[in-house]
Design a protein around this ligand. Structure first.
Ligand SMILES: [Zn+2]
Length: 229
């Protein structure tokens, strides 16, 4: 038996499993709840339980949601001709907080990373194919029924080609790049048929960056993402 009562040790062990939390921080957190004799522990436990019981993945985009279809996919105000592929739900939060994106999302569930043992089979590529298929056929149906003039509606979108735009928003590191290449390969047929075009976020130099200390990949992406001045 250890120095600590089992119940305390169990809480420390649980905290230690959290990302970025080491043994010392885990112990400090556990002691916080022991010291603070208010409802903090009960509130935390209840919140975790409620989250665990109520949150599911959205049927269409796999973002976290409390309903079968999330509020973004369900909104008639979102542009379903733009599909942004992100690694995880927190990326959706970042985009939504920026307020600049009005399309819909697809949460891949990670990136291809051989070093971490994550291959393409572990990610939601079949579901992405289905999502792209549904959205492209929706565009085709609307076009053929003449319900809207795509060219006019998207006149302000410089990348608009009257088809689905898939924006790859994986992180600008090796794994993110490898995943972007894989997605490009996955939709070769749709791209050649003209039903889909793929773009990648123009990630490059952060504000205040110094070219001298910028790594090759960042500089390459900054150059690729250059625009008219
Ligand atoms: Zn959704």
């Amino acid at each position: 038996m250890g120095v600590l009562p089992d119940s305390v040790q169990k809480v420390i062990d649980a905290f230690e499993k959290l990302p970025g939390v080491g043994p010392k921080s885990a112990a400090r957190m556990a002691y916080h709840f022991l010291r603070a004799r208010n409802n903090d522990a009960i509130n935390l436990a209840n919140s975790l339980l409620t989250m665990d019981q109520n949150v599911v993945n959205c049927r269409d985009c796999f973002n976290v949601s409390e309903t079968e279809v999330c509020s973004i996919c369900d909104s008639p105000l979102r542009d379903t001709k733009q599909l942004c592929v992100v690694e995880d739900p927190l990326d959706v939060v970042a985009f939504e907080n920026s307020g600049v994106y009005k399309g819909v999302y697809f949460v891949l569930g990670g990136v291809i990373s051989p070093a971490d043992g994550i291959g393409a089979d572990e990610l939601r590529f079949p579901e992405l194919r289905m999502r792209v298929g549904n959205l492209t056929s929706k565009i085709r149906d609307h076009k053929s029924s003449g319900e809207m003039d795509v060219a006019v509606e998207f006149a302000d979108n410089p990348t608009n080609k009257g088809c689905l735009e898939l924006i790859i928003a994986t992180n600008p590191n090796l794994e993110g790049e490898a995943t972007a290449v894989y997605i490009q390969d996955l939709f070769r047929k749709e791209i050649s048929e003209g039903t889909l075009h793929i773009t990648r976020l123009a990630m490059g130099l952060p504000t205040g960056a110094d070219l001298e200390y910028t790594d090759r990949l960042t500089l390459k992406r900054a150059l690729e993402g250059r625009r008219a001045y």
